[in-house]
Unconditional design. Structure first.
Length: 347
């Protein structure tokens, strides 16, 4: 039998090979260097609060890796340390020896106030629930809004052709949406998003559990292809904000929406207007309780993607808060910012 221990820098090459094999990442020049940079910056930084884990066999082989990233929250005014589980991989042979279960059990024994993950597949969900974790159903439904439906379908099929009829249909759809969206958010002014805006909103919100960001962490989320916009009402009040990622192919991923329920329609309308201006083809996002009622039914498609939001805590009050929808946990707080990206890409 092997044993579970904290990740060390000397493990990176072996853990990277395991990760590459399980996720079937094609080999390419510079991949080893990218893996080393990723493991050091994400899991071995000097300011980490929790250790990532590896499973080492008696012969020294690494047959399991579980990445752990610290997330800061407050709960009813009390500071919490949360541990985000990510990049969980186990060698196929080791799975038969229940190495995955043993690693997750060790992870749950850590000093964190609660553990969570938000891109869990079915096998991971089974392990979490077997060990006392649970699925946050209120945060596990996803939505998509086709902004330019015909162009999106052509791009998805990789036809590489321009369709005159399709362009006409998209133009009609866009015109109808402009007319609908024009009814909302006429008085909202946009400005660059900053930590102070987020903190001020969070202080005034009714969320019991909510994240805390320092200026450096939030600034890092707003680089490259991410768009962060704060929305201010006519009286200078903060109506909300949104952060979304738009790749060069026009596919948009909504990472965070902050708003009060009475402003949700306006904030969403502004987001969709901006997506139209940015020539997005489609937006994907996760449905969250504070804006679920405001999502336009005529625009959106709800779905259960394979990912689930899972949580584990020894404190039942924290779990009650999360299961009742009184927590603000967005994709920005989860695995999106710490995904491994083999190619040169900004989050």
């Amino acid at each position: 039998m092997g044993h579970i221990r904290p990740l060390r820098e000397s493990d990176i090459a072996a853990a990277a090979r395991l990760h590459q094999s399980v996720f079937e990442i094609a080999d390419r020049d510079g991949l080893a260097d990218r893996y080393k940079q990723y493991f050091v910056s994400t899991f071995l930084s000097s300011n980490r609060r929790f250790e990532s884990l590896v499973h080492e066999e008696q012969d020294g082989r690494i047959t399991g890796f579980l990445g752990v990233v610290t997330r800061e929250f407050t709960w009813a005014g009390r500071a919490l340390q949360a541990a985000l589980s990510t990049q969980f991989v186990v060698d196929p042979e080791a799975r038969r020896k229940l190495v995955g279960i043993a690693m997750m059990r060790e992870f749950f024994r850590g000093p964190q106030d609660f553990s969570f993950t938000d891109e869990a597949n079915a096998p991971s969900r089974k392990i979490w629930e077997m060990l006392g974790g649970s699925t946050l159903h209120l945060y596990s439904t996803n939505w998509s809004v086709p902004i330019r439906p015909v162009e999106f379908l052509l791009a998805r099929k990789r036809l590489g052709i321009a369709s005159r009829a399709g362009a006409i249909v998209d133009a009609l759809i866009i015109g109808a949406r402009h007319a609908h969206l024009k009814k909302h958010a006429p008085d909202l002014q946009s400005r660059p998003l900053d930590t102070r805006t987020v903190a001020e909103f969070m202080d005034q919100s009714g969320f019991v559990l909510k994240p805390t960001y320092n200026p450096d962490s939030l600034r890092s989320y707003l680089n490259g292809l991410n768009r962060g916009t704060a929305l201010v009402g006519s009286k200078g009040n903060i109506a909300g904000w949104y952060i979304y990622h738009l790749d060069r192919g026009g596919m948009g991923e909504v990472l965070q929406i902050g708003c009060h329920s009475d402003n949700a329609v306006n904030v969403l309308a502004h987001l969709f207007q901006q997506a139209l201006r940015d020539h997005a083809l489609i937006l994907y996002g996760r449905l969250e309780p504070h804006f679920s009622e405001a999502l336009p039914e005529q625009f959106s498609v709800l779905s259960r993607r394979q990912y689930r939001v899972l949580v584990h805590s020894r404190d039942p009050k924290i779990l009650d808060t999360m299961h009742s929808g009184k927590a603000f946990i967005s994709r920005l707080d989860g695995e999106w910012p710490v995904r491994f990206r083999p190619l040169d890409a900004q989050i």
